[in-house]
Design a protein around this ligand. Structure first.
Ligand SMILES: [Zn+2]
Length: 166
């Protein structure tokens, strides 16, 4: 995917201009490759889990099992990382980047619905929150009960069955 750029004979800026130096800096520093984004996403996920969930995920997870994904620019998604928990459950980590608050860690536990069609995501708010969710999920062996009509979990709200239109 590297395009060979033909340098114009006389660029429309001075060789000693700030712009020329900025171009040199950008070329030297470069932008993160997909592999670098994956590595960074895995490191960020492991770091967050170790800091905020030391007594749960910190004990149960092997840092090496995080799988990073580069950013999906057209969808506005930052790099992320997932790790399998067993039984079809996953943990997902990404950063929510806003102009006001900077980067915020977003850790989501994904549990399969017992209807077999989707997942329900629990955005985790600390270890106490996680322990409550785990206590509930343990009763159903890690499956969310598909029960939208009576106010329970309803996985279809996460994955609408209708075809999406662009
Ligand atoms: Zn369901």
């Amino acid at each position: 995917m590297t395009d060979t750029l033909t340098t114009p004979a006389a660029p429309p800026y001075e060789a000693d201009s700030p712009l020329a130096e900025l171009f040199d800096i950008a070329q030297a520093v470069g932008v993160p490759t997909d592999d670098e984004q994956r590595d960074n996403a895995e490191t960020a996920a492991a770091h967050h889990v170790w800091n905020q969930y030391a007594d749960t995920f910190g004990r149960a997870l092997n840092d090496d099992n995080w799988v990073g994904r580069p950013a999906l620019k057209p969808n506005g998604l930052e790099p992320s990382a997932i790790i399998p928990l067993g039984g079809g459950l996953w943990l997902h980590h990404t950063l929510d980047i806003s102009e006001r608050d900077g980067a915020r860690d977003v850790l989501t536990l994904l549990a399969p619905c017992n209807c077999g069609r989707g997942y329900l995501g629990y955005e985790l708010d600390g270890e106490d929150d996680l322990l409550q969710i785990l206590t509930d999920l343990r009763r159903t062996s890690g499956r969310v009960t598909h029960d939208g009509d009576s106010g329970g979990a309803y996985c279809d709200s996460l994955h609408p069955p209708q075809p999406t239109t662009r």
